[in-house]
Design a protein around this ligand. Sequence first.
Ligand code: P53
Length: 476
Amino acid sequence: MSSLRKDFLWGGAVAAHQLEGGWNKGGKGVSVADVMTVGANGVPREITNGVLQGKNYPNHEGIDFYTHYKEDIKLFAEMGFKCFRTSIAWTRIFPQGDESEPNELGLKFYDELFDECLKYGIEPVITLSHFEMPYHLVTEYGGWRNRKMIDFFVRFAEVCFTRYKDKVKYWMTFNEINNQANYNEDFAPFTNSGIAYQPGENREKIMYQAAHYELVASALAVKIGHEINPDFQIGCMIAMCPIYPLSCKPEDMMMSVSAMHKRYWFTDVHVRGYYPGYLEKYFQRKGFNLDITVEDKLLLLEGCVDYIGFSYYMSFTTESKSDNPQYDYDESKDLVRNPYVKASDWGWQIDPVGLRYAMNWFYDRYQLPLFIVENGFGAIDQLNSDGTIDDDYRIDYLKAHIEAMKTAVEEDGIDLLGYTPWGCIDLVSAGTGEMKKRYGFIYVDKDNEGQGTLKRSKKKSFDWYKQVIATNGEQL
Ligand code: P53
């Protein structure tokens, strides 16, 4: 008998901007993802000033799920998916972000997409904001540095909740809201919050302000969502890379605690509805006078999330330094290699035990149901001469992580709702914009330069995952 619940939500995860394409179809507006060029391993994606001629913007076409979605969902159904996690492209619903009325064509697209899932008994699991906010909100308002974003987001959320209240039960507000803890690099502030920093700005303070507005917007959305349909389950979405101490030296341990604070305080606010003491003290010490009102604080308490959605790909490691007695944490500088684990071709440290550790960390702290909404192995796939792909490395990675996840349920008693591996069909990488960093059970014929037929084919992992689902995780 499987240790996992009978109604365990096996499925797969994607995000609108990484696979839909159709970037200017159906009245869709330009999103932040539409102004990011292709990068490479170690080469950051360029964020351009609007859409420029002659640049390669891989998200414009994605894998053209916009027109292929029926074919793709049929393949998901063949694998036995119980759920499918995707996002609603904000710019299909509010092309500029600040309109008062939504775009009916965009709403219709998701009606059809969700109906297609439901036809096969696949439950849609929906992220509202997944690295794809309207670009107009960046140029006109400065992104989430501006309090006005709260109203724009809440209007978007309310329209989606109302329209899809009988089709979607599981929601998440902001994808990987905590990536921006890495504020000294340009990627996360832009994708999370539409923030492009000017030279000399206090990046850290601006990040905390933006995150605060997002947390208030999330709380308001949760509150309104529960009014629209009390059965809604609305979660947060956290990028969980647990940060280990490099050694058992007490100072290394404290550095790990402090780093975890700086990367995961977002969850404290989402779940508990108030700021943790360690962060209030930190704001005081840094002299950050943030715009956090009494009304905001009340709203945070009224909009606590129902479950914790999180991604897990890798663990991090940090160490203390003698010139950092207060254990300040700068993610762009303070991570070191873990000598005990191997890394992927993109330097992501492979650590299945870390998934069990992460689940325990969340559950000990919050006692809320967990949902693993992303996990996976980005790798280069080689086609055999007959066109097949033997992606045993991907099977090995997923198998080890599913085993760790099952142990966390079986031996640690953790309440787990489901598991949706990332990029169940090959798509554009968020971090690098590449196609060749592949995660899928389904191969898509397209390369980094945008060439290819877009033809779909099953990899070896396709049948493997089908059997995992059929046996509720017993046969790995
Ligand atoms: P890619 C960094 C660290 C952990 C997860 O990532 C991350 C990132 C951002 O790159 O992003 C999540 O495509 C994200 C997805 C993304 C996926 O992980 O860079 O929610 O949108 O595609 C994998 O290999």
